[in-house]
Design a protein around this ligand. Structure first.
Ligand SMILES: C[S@@+](CC[C@H](N)C(=O)[O-])C[C@H]1O[C@@H](n2cnc3c(N)ncnc32)[C@H](O)[C@@H]1O
Length: 237
């Protein structure tokens, strides 16, 4: 997907990018490739592949989420090199965003991209998500994550951060349905219900996506999230 094809694809969702937004995405791409030579950020560095497998893939779940304009804040757990958070922030600049990652070097990269692309009301934090919940419990309209952990583990990291009435959106690949089955109890325990599951084929046979949308209908019990060892070794079943 060339950048031009990417712009056209967004138009199908009613989004016409400004020159500034196009520049922000391109600058982000350049920094990703540049920093990737010194540290491990991504295996995908060819321009058309980045626009498809990182930018478009990150955005799809949000382009298809009609409540996005009603939401004000978003937390991306395990942002890594910035996905899905940074493309989403560039396209939806009204969102106030926190990016959380447990790896300090990646957080430095994220804050560098944020400064270089002149994004406002967004910051990356060096923290484990389960510790971030100490001070940011029930704080965000949307909490999201891509490629961080299986859903039963991921939901314990993410859902405590979601406000009552807010959304936890998990970007999943082929194993999405199987992960959903094993996570029914966990999702209920942490206080969210499934509102939609979208199966999508990426263009150019780039893979299948299962994007899972849940809504928080009650507070997460205070004992969650537990310490990571417990979350990982004894996920709710
Ligand atoms: C495979 S990368 C995925 C990065 C990005 N979301 C993407 O889709 O390209 C997983 C990231 O999650 C971070 N991570 C894993 N467990 C975490 C936790 N408990 N809290 C915060 N970050 C975590 C890792 O440091 C890593 O950067």
């Amino acid at each position: 997907m060339t950048p031009q094809q990417f712009y056209e694809a967004l138009k199908e969702f009613g989004i016409e990018l400004t020159e500034e937004q196009k520049w922000q995405l391109h600058r982000y791409f350049e920094l990703l490739v540049e920093w990737n030579e010194k540290m491990n950020l991504t295996g995908i560095t060819e321009v058309n592949e980045v626009y498809l497998k990182h930018f478009y893939d990150s955005l799809l779940a949000f382009l298809m989420f009609k409540d996005i304009h009603k939401c004000e804040s978003l937390c991306d757990v395990g942002s890594g090199a910035g996905f899905p958070a940074l493309p989403v922030k560039i396209v939806y600049p009204h969102l106030k965003m926190d990016l959380v990652d447990s790896l300090g070097k990646r957080v430095n990269f994220l804050n560098h991209v944020i400064a270089e692309t002149k994004l406002q009301n967004i910051k990356a934090y060096h923290s484990r998500a389960e510790e971030y919940a100490d001070k940011h419990r029930e704080s965000f309209d949307i909490v999201t994550a891509r490629a961080v952990a299986r859903l039963n583990v991921l939901s314990e990291l993410c859902v405590p951060l979601v406000k009552e009435g807010g959304f936890f959106i998990a970007l999943k690949g082929q194993t999405g349905d199987e992960e959903l089955k094993e996570s029914k109890k966990a999702l209920e325990t942490f206080g969210v219900e499934i509102i939609e599951v979208k199966h999508i084929e990426l263009p150019e046979e780039a893979g299948t996506r299962t994007n899972i949308y849940t809504k928080k209908y009650k507070k997460t019990p205070n004992k969650y999230p537990r310490a990571y060892g417990q979350i990982k070794n004894k996920p709710i079943k």
